[in-house]
Design a protein around this ligand. Structure first.
Ligand code: PLP
Length: 287
């Protein structure tokens, strides 16, 4: 396996970064998660735009143009001979001293990891998953925008911890006002009748790229698709609930905090959205 590391490809065993890197010391950096379906990189431009916007927001200079970065991603996939893969670009502030000051870091470290895809267990898509809501809150958008996909993922990690302590694999975070925000690494949707809701970005959700594709699909299919705040009560009483993300795609949720959702099996609308999504990832890809 070849890793792209600062202007060259190195073997996985040799891909090393200094302990003085501020990504390691302080979580100072940004990242992305991108998927390749049968050789097609899904929504590559959107992922790279988001990476550069995250970097701009925290004043982190990526030492390549967006076009060059896109080319590097493609090269990394080709170098590793992958058809179905998960790509992880990471840009950290780089090596500095032990102080916080980012201006002491002269050059960002750029890493691109491409791995064969480890697909979620198929049965999860057939049975749906159980989730809980947790005490960890999404950070407020005016403090550090959840739109920044930064290396500072402690909230999300605490969510995952709380999920595991409750013996489930995923959980939902609320924002500081108690509105449902998102999962540890996925967005949430609820369906009631013909209406589909997902929390707006200002509630404290990353504007997921899978989320935007589902919004597009749901709108085209004639659903009343809205970005609107909702509470746990709305989740508990929804007909269907599902999560979206680059890794998870579209996954049905059948129980939330012990409340059975709908009939306790993946609902027809969720299944339809997943089907159209899977058709789209093949037809929409960029070579
Ligand atoms: N929310 C968070 C916090 C995430 O880390 C992710 C994963 O990237 C998502 C949502 C889903 O976003 P996407 O569909 O772009 O993968």
């Amino acid at each position: 396996q070849w890793i792209y590391l600062n202007d060259q490809f190195v073997k996985k065993e040799d891909a090393k970064i200094s302990v003085y890197d501020h990504g390691f010391l302080y979580g100072d950096g940004v990242f992305e998660g991108i998927r390749v379906y049968d050789g097609n990189v899904f929504r590559l431009r959107e992922h790279i735009d988001r990476l550069y916007q995250s970097a701009k927001s925290i004043m982190l200079k990526i030492p390549y143009s967006e076009e060059e970065f896109i080319d590097l991603i493609v090269q990394t996939i080709e170098k590793n001979n992958l058809r179905d893969a998960y790509i992880r670009p990471v840009v950290s502030r780089g090596v500095g001293d032990l102080g916080l000051d980012p201006f002491n870091c002269k050059r960002a470290n750029v890493v691109i990891i491409a791995e064969p895809l480890s697909i979620f267990p198929k049965e999860l898509y057939e049975t749906g998953i159980e989730i809980v809501t947790v005490a960890t809150r999404r950070n407020r958008p005016d403090v550090l925008s959840p739109k920044v996909k930064s290396l500072n993922y402690l909230n999300n990690i605490l969510v995952k911890l709380e999920a595991h302590l409750a013996n489930v694999s995923e959980a939902l975070m609320l924002n500081d006002q108690g509105y449902v925000a998102e999962g540890s690494a996925d967005n949430v949707f609820i369906i009631k009748g013909n209406k589909i809701l997902t929390p707006p970005g200002y509630i404290g959700a990353l504007e997921g790229i899978t989320r935007s594709v589902i919004i597009e699909i749901a709108t085209n299919l004639g659903y009343e698709m809205k970005e609107e705040p909702f509470t746990r009560h709305d989740v508990y009483t929804a007909d269907e609930v599902f999560l979206t993300g680059t890794a998870a795609e579209v996954i049905a949720v059948v129980k939330v905090d012990g409340r059975v959702i709908g009939d306790g099996i993946p609902g027809q609308h969720t299944q339809k959205l997943l089907k159209v999504f899977r058709e789209k990832v093949v037809s929409d890809g960029v070579k």
